[in-house]
Design a binder for this molecule. Structure first.
Ligand code: ADP
Ligand code: ZN
Ligand code: MG
Length: 474
């Protein structure tokens, strides 16, 4: 199959974190009573006029800067005409020939090396409402979503594999969440992705005919839908047929894409400049203001973590994937703890527990100061690593401090040599044959003895001490 190469471009809709809609003052809360967040403007009553939400413009510009785009000084809205029951005005206010941002890129790491995926444009538009079909011969329309501000982010056809597409989406989500413009929730639809896919013979200069897959609502499905579509198109070419340019739907239940409409049925949107809104002018100065408010971005943070804390790139990459996770790390390190050790606990135990509970770090009962305290207990020899794992999980479940758990559960490490001596004698007398074999040179039995002693002390014996004492005795 190396004969073929895929060409992929993504069109992403991101719902922006504004309090109100893009052209009226209605709230944008998710999951409210149907049609409870509407007004004459967003339900398309005659004679109303849109008023642009400045915050939406700022958030789109913020995104443009974070995605390395040129920010237009002059931009304009356009009217996109089509009829659909969820579109109350029969047109959508969008942008066409003069988008807010153009020519940017996102860097992804693929097989250890960086690759830039071009961003063609970012424009602002309003969302449509939602049709709710019933089993009877009628449907409902909920206009709560109508007029919610969206950013459309369009990539260049620079993506070559389904894996790259998935990496791109994750990186984009990370950035959008860092800069607080979108919550990135694909399941709730606040981040949606359409994938344009074509295949061509490897080395061929021109792109093949593409299809566009809609309705992809998870990271897993981005990858799977594109994989399926590539295989489908290759099979068509292999039998000597041509791919039809069309819009297809991803069916997650069956794991296939299905034809939705062909190019012949494509809409002619009759775009024209939106007469009800004045053009946006002098955006450069707004861009300068917004630039000053940007936080440290994921790539920069990753590079800093590697150089400042001597972490590996892959460790840094996971730590910075969520801003709150990176902050948690830096807070724990501030208590004077070794960054490598803190990173190990976070990337191992903490991530495992958070994933198990599908829990966000911001809702984690265990705080950085508490990890730091637990690490101090290890440093002082009060607990060993094995016990620390038990304590860590208990801290995570209950939010209690390590020293409290140690006291409550009697988990202090045993360093009392008299006591350990008795345990060692007891074990050695229980296994006389193993003792003989050890003395005859079978040194790997050391691990067996240590294991038995740890078991007898419920993991509380100091392993170094046990090792030393055993060696002397044997
Ligand atoms: P249109 O004007 O028809 O919407 P665009 O040029 O805006 O087309 O491209 C839409 C999306 O399709 C972009 O993400 C782009 O990268 C992608 N794209 C364009 N041509 C191809 C192709 N041959 N194969 C795959 N993706 C493509
Ligand atoms: Zn409204
Ligand atoms: Mg387009």
């Amino acid at each position: 199959m190396m004969k073929y190469e895929a060409v992929i471009g993504l069109e992403i809709h991101a719902q922006m974190l504004t309090n109100t809609k893009i052209f009226c003052g209605c709230p944008t809360n998710f999951g409210a009573e149907p049609n409870s967040q509407t007004c004459p403007v967003c339900s398309g009553m005659p004679g109303v006029l849109p008023v642009l939400n400045k915050k939406a413009v700022e958030l789109a510009i913020k995104t443009g800067i974070a995605l390395n785009c040129k920010i237009s000084d002059y931009s304009r809205f356009a009217r996109k005409n089509y009829f659909y029951p969820d579109l109350p005005k029969n047109y959508q206010i969008s942008q066409y020939e003069l988008p807010l941002c153009e020519d940017g890129y996102i860097e992804i790491i693929i097989d250890g090396s960086a690759k830039k995926i071009g961003i063609k444009r970012i424009h602002l538009e309003e969302d449509a409402g939602k049709n709710i079909h019933t089993t009877g011969n009628y449907s409902f329309v909920d206009f709560n979503r109508a007029g919610v501000p969206l950013m459309e982010i369009v990539t260049e056809p620079d993506i070559r594999t389904p894996q790259e597409a998935a990496l791109f989406m994750r990186k984009l989500r990370t950035i959008l969440r860092y800069i607080d413009v979108c919550d990135g929730n694909m399941e709730q639809g606040s981040l949606r992705c359409d994938a344009n896919v074509s295949v061509r013979l490897a080395g061929q200069k021109y792109y093949g005919i593409r299809t566009e897959i809609k309705n992809i609502n998870s990271f897993k499905f981005v990858q799977r839908a594109i994989e399926y579509e590539i295989d489908r198109q290759i099979a068509i070419l292999e039998r000597g047929d041509k791919v039809v340019q069309e819009t297809r739907l991803w069916d997650p239940e069956r794991g296939v894409t299905i034809s939705m409409r062909s190019k012949e049925e494509a809409h002619d949107y009759r775009y024209f400049p939106e007469p009800d809104l004045v053009p946006l002018v002098g955006l450069s100065s707004l861009a300068e203001k917004v630039r000053g408010e940007l936080p440290e971005l994921p790539d920069a943070k990753g590079r800093r973590f590697v150089s400042q804390y001597r972490l590996s790139e892959s460790e840094a990459d996971i730590l910075i994937s969520e801003r709150a996770f990176a902050d948690w790390f830096e807070e724990a390190v501030k208590f004077g703890k070794d960054p490598k050790v803190v990173a190990n606990w976070m990337l191992g135990e903490l991530l495992r527990l958070l994933k198990e509970d599908d829990r966000d770090i911001t809702k984690c009962p265990l705080k950085p100061a508490q990890l730091a305290e637990m690490l101090s207990l290890i440093e002082k020899g009060i607990i060993n690593i094995k016990i620390a794992k038990i304590i860590f999980e208990e801290m995570y479940r209950t939010g209690k401090d390590a020293h409290i758990i140690v006291k409550e559960k009697g988990l202090v490490q045993i360093t009392d040599e008299n006591f350990l001596n008795r345990v060692i004698e007891e074990i050695l007398s229980r296994y006389p044959q193993e003792v003989q074999r050890y003395r005859a040179g079978e040194e790997k039995l050391m691990g067996f003895f240590v294991g038995q002693i740890m078991k007898a002390t419920k993991g509380k014996a100091n392993p170094q001490l046990v090792n030393e004492m055993l060696k002397k005795k044997l």
